[in-house]
Design a protein around this ligand. Structure first.
Ligand code: CU
Length: 663
C-alpha cells in the first residue's frame, strides 16, 4: 500500500476503524448514528517540519492521522469524537450541548423525503388537493434555519410540490409549488406541525384546496417542448501528446505549479502546499462556507437560510463528474467518499476533476514597426467540483495559471427555490418566473479561506487606496494620484472602498523584491460586492457574521476552518469569524489567514427558469511584486504549427491565418 501523505483524504480503512472504535465505546442500545466522518488537518507546526523534510529528502517525521466523527446517540444526543487512526484509539468523545445540531447526512435526507410523504398528516393534506390521475407530490427537505432562541430540537421543514402526471421522473416539480409545509423532528421522526405558505401579497394563508392545474415549466429535453435542437458541431479538445501535468497520489505538478488536492466531506476539496517555481505561496486554499439567505419577509420563509457546507456538506453532495460533459480534455479524476449512518464508507466516484484548458491570450505585443508579434496563450489547470444542494448546483473551480496567479471561480446554476403565488399578485421581494410560481430574491454569500505562505508563513495583509494628490507645488497640474498603504495590525475585517480602488494584498515584509524594493506579495482581486442585507439583529446575520464583510484577517490557529463556525445547522450565532476576528490578535508579520467573501445578490430573472444559466463570480490571487519580471516569459510562443487551427473557408490555409511570429 502506498504511504499515506498527511494531506491525503481520509481512507476507507481509516473511516471504518474510526466508526468501529466509536461504536464499540457505546452499548448497542445507544444506536450510534453517524452523520459525518472525515480527517482533521494535521497540526501546522508539525506539517511545516514535515514539508521541509520532504523538500530536502530528509527522513519524514511521523504525523498521526486523526479523524473526527459527528454522530447521534440515543436518537437525539449529538456527539463529536476525535479518533487517532494511526494508533487506533479515541482521543476524545464529547456529547455536545442541546441545541447544537450536526450536518444532515444525505442518506437521512432521502429517508426524510419518504417519511414526510407517507405521514398521515401529510397524506391527509395531499388528499385535499384532489390531484388529477397520474399526478403526485414531491418534497424537498429543507434546513430549518433559526427563529426561536429556545428551540433545541433538530427540525426539518419540507417544501412541497406537485409532480406533473407525465410519468417522467425528471419533470420539474419546482415549477408547481404547494402552499403547505410540514415540519418534522429529525431522527425521532416526530411530526411537529403543518405550516401554510402565503400565496398573496401578505402573510395571509388559506386552507389546502383542490389544486388548480397549471402547466409545469419543464427543463428536461424530453419535456421542455423545444421542437428542434440547434445544430452544434463538435468542438474537440485534443491533447495528442498527453497533458502537461502529472499527478502522483494527491500531488499535482503542472507548468511550474506544485500542490496537493484532497477531497473533503465539507468543503468539496482543499488545495495544500501550493508552490510556484519552487517558492511557497499558499499553505491551504478552500471554500469555507456559503450561506444563502432569502429576502421574502413572510413566515415561514424567514427560515430560509442555508449554510451549504456546515448544514449538509459540499463534498458529500458532490456530483459524479463525467468525461465530455462536466470536463473536456485529458482528465484526472479524484474520488470522494460518503458514509452511511452506520459509519460505512462508500465511494463518490470522480467528484473532483483536474484538467488543462485554454483561456485566450496571456500576453501579446506587436512591434508595429516590424509587425512582429510576441504572443503566449493563457493556459489554466482547473481543479473543479460540483455540488448539488437540493435545487441548486454550485461549480467551484480553482484555476492555476501559468503566470503564477490563481482564479477562484464560482458558478451558480440549477433550479431556483420557488414559492407559490396567486394569479394577478406581484410581490416586491420576488420575480414571477412561471404560472403561479415565484422565485424570491436571495443572496449567495461564499467565504473562501486563504491560508497564505508567501515566501514563508509570516505574512501581513495591507490595503492600498489610490488617492488624488492635492493640487500643490508637487502637483501643479492637478493630475497626480498615489497609492496609500494601510497595514492590518489586529484580527478583524477590511472595509470595502471601491471608489478609492481599495485592493488587499498579502505581503511578506521580510522578503524584499530586488526590482521594486518593496515586500513580495500576492494581491486579492475581487470587485466590491453587496454583503448580507438582513438586519444586524436578525438571526441571518448573527449566524453569518462572515457575510457582513468582504475581507477578514485572523491569526492562524489549527482547526479554525469554517467561516460561520463548526456547527451551523440551526445555529444561533456565528462561532467562526465573529469570534476569531477579535480585534485583539496581532496579525502583522504573523501566521495569518485571509477570508474572502464573495457575495451575489440574486434577483431572479425569467431566464433563470426553469434551469439557470451559470452566474459566475471570481476572486483572483495574483503575484504582486513577487517575481523579478513576468514569470511567464518562459512559455513557448503561440504558433499554428503547435495549435493547428484552420480557416473557416478553407481548412488547408490554417497556417497562414495565425499570428506571424518571428523570434
Ligand atoms: Cu440564486
Amino acid at each position: 500500500m502506498a504511504p499515506v501523505h498527511p494531506f491525503d483524504s481520509a481512507k476507507d480503512f481509516e473511516i471504518r476503524l474510526a466508526s468501529k472504535l466509536v461504536k464499540d465505546a457505546y452499548p448497542a442500545s445507544a444506536n450510534v448514528h453517524f452523520v459525518q466522518i472525515d480527517r482533521l488537518d494535521p497540526p501546522k507546526k508539525d506539517m511545516i517540519k514535515y514539508l521541509e523534510a520532504e523538500k530536502h529528502g530528509f527522513p519524514l517525521p511521523n504525523i498521526s492521522r486523526v479523524l473526527y466523527c459527528y454522530y447521534y446517540t440515543n436518537t437525539l444526543d449529538f456527539n463529536k469524537a476525535l479518533v487517532n487512526v494511526s494508533v487506533g484509539h479515541i482521543i476524545t468523545k464529547t456529547q455536545l450541548p442541546k441545541g447544537i445540531n450536526g450536518p444532515l447526512l444525505p442518506d437521512d435526507v432521502m429517508a426524510l423525503e419518504e417519511l414526510c410523504n407517507s405521514h398521515p398528516a401529510v397524506v391527509a393534506e395531499i388528499e385535499k388537493l384532489k390531484l388529477p390521475p397520474g399526478y403526485s407530490v414531491r418534497n424537498d427537505p429543507w434546513i430549518y434555519a433559526t427563529d426561536d432562541p429556545n428551540e433545541t430540537r433538530p427540525l426539518v421543514q419540507f417544501f412541497m410540490y406537485v409532480l406533473a402526471g407525465n410519468g417522467h421522473t425528471e419533470s420539474n416539480h419546482y415549477s408547481l409549488p404547494l402552499k403547505f409545509s410540514p415540519v418534522f423532528e429529525n431522527f425521532s421522526r416526530k411530526f411537529v406541525r403543518m405550516d401554510f405558505l402565503p400565496g398573496g401579497f401578505d402573510e395571509t394563508t388559506t386552507p389546502t384546496l383542490p389544486w388548480q392545474e397549471v402547466p409545469a415549466v419543464e427543463y428536461h429535453p424530453d419535456l421542455n417542448g423545444e421542437a428542434q435542437f440547434r445544430d452544434v458541431r463538435p468542438l474537440l479538445i485534443s491533447q495528442p501528446d498527453g497533458p502537461s501535468y502529472t499527478v502522483e497520489g494527491s500531488k499535482v505538478n503542472w507548468q511550474g505549479w506544485q500542490f496537493r488536492v484532497a477531497f473533503t466531506s465539507r468543503e468539496g476539496f482543499a488545495i495544500y502546499d501550493a508552490r510556484f517555481k519552487g517558492r511557497q505561496v499558499f499553505y491551504r486554499l478552500s471554500l469555507s462556507e456559503m450561506t444563502v439567505p432569502y429576502g421574502d419577509p413572510r413566515a415561514p420563509y424567514h427560515r430560509k437560510q442555508a449554510f451549504d457546507l456546515g448544514d449538509c456538506g459540499f463534498g458529500v453532495n458532490g456530483n459524479h463528474l463525467n468525461l465530455g460533459c462536466d470536463c473536456l480534455g485529458v482528465i484526472h479524476y479524484l474520488d470522494g467518499f460518503g458514509i452511511s449512518g452506520a459509519g460505512e464508507p462508500f465511494v463518490i466516484p470522480n467528484t473532483v476533476c483536474m484538467h488543462e484548458q485554454d483561456n485566450g491570450l496571456l500576453y501579446k505585443h506587436v512591434n508595429y514597426r516590424t509587425n512582429n508579434a510576441v504572443v503566449a496563450r493563457k493556459r489554466e489547470f482547473v481543479v473543479q467540483t460540483i455540488a448539488t444542494v437540493a435545487n441548486y448546483e454550485y461549480i467551484i473551480n480553482f484555476k492555476f495559471v501559468t503566470d503564477g496567479s490563481i482564479d477562484i471561480e464560482t458558478r451558480a446554476t440549477g433550479i431556483l427555490s420557488t414559492m407559490p403565488i396567486d394569479e394577478n399578485v406581484k410581490v416586491p421581494w420576488g420575480t414571477i418566473v412561471g404560472p403561479n410560481v415565484m422565485a424570491a430574491y436571495h443572496q449567495h454569500i461564499l467565504s473562501f479561506r486563504i491560508d497564505p505562505a508567501i515566501d514563508g508563513h509570516k505574512n501581513t495583509v495591507v490595503y492600498d487606496d489610490t488617492l488624488k494628490l492635492p493640487r500643490d507645488k508637487l502637483n501643479p497640474y492637478g493630475i497626480g494620484f498615489v497609492s496609500d498603504r494601510t497595514y492590518v495590525e489586529k484580527a478583524g475585517h477590511v472595509d470595502q472602498s471601491p471608489f478609492t480602488n481599495r485592493t488587499c494584498k498579502i505581503i511578506n515584509e521580510n522578503v524584499i523584491n530586488p526590482i521594486s524594493k518593496t515586500p513580495v506579495g500576492y494581491k486579492i482581486n475581487m470587485p466590491a460586492r453587496q454583503m448580507i442585507l438582513a438586519d444586524d439583529d436578525s438571526y441571518n446575520v448573527k449566524r453569518a457574521k462572515f457575510a457582513t464583510e468582504q475581507v477578514w484577517v485572523t491569526k492562524y490557529r489549527d482547526h479554525e476552518l469554517f467561516a460561520a463556525g463548526e456547527f451551523t445547522n440551526q445555529s444561533k450565532t456565528d462561532t467562526g469569524l465573529a469570534v476569531w476576528a477579535n480585534g485583539v490578535d496581532a496579525v502583522r508579520n504573523e501566521d495569518i489567514v485571509v477570508w474572502a467573501t464573495v457575495g451575489f445578490t440574486h434577483i431572479p430573472r425569467v431566464e433563470d427558469f426553469p434551469v439557470m444559466p451559470v452566474e459566475t463570480h471570481s476572486i483572483q490571487l495574483a503575484p504582486f511584486n513577487f517575481f523579478d519580471r513576468n514569470p511567464a516569459l518562459d512559455l513557448p510562443q503561440a504558433t499554428n504549427g503547435f495549435n493547428k487551427s484552420t480557416l473557416y473557408s478553407s481548412g488547408a490555409e490554417g497556417e497562414k491565418a495565425c499570428c506571424k511570429t518571428k523570434i
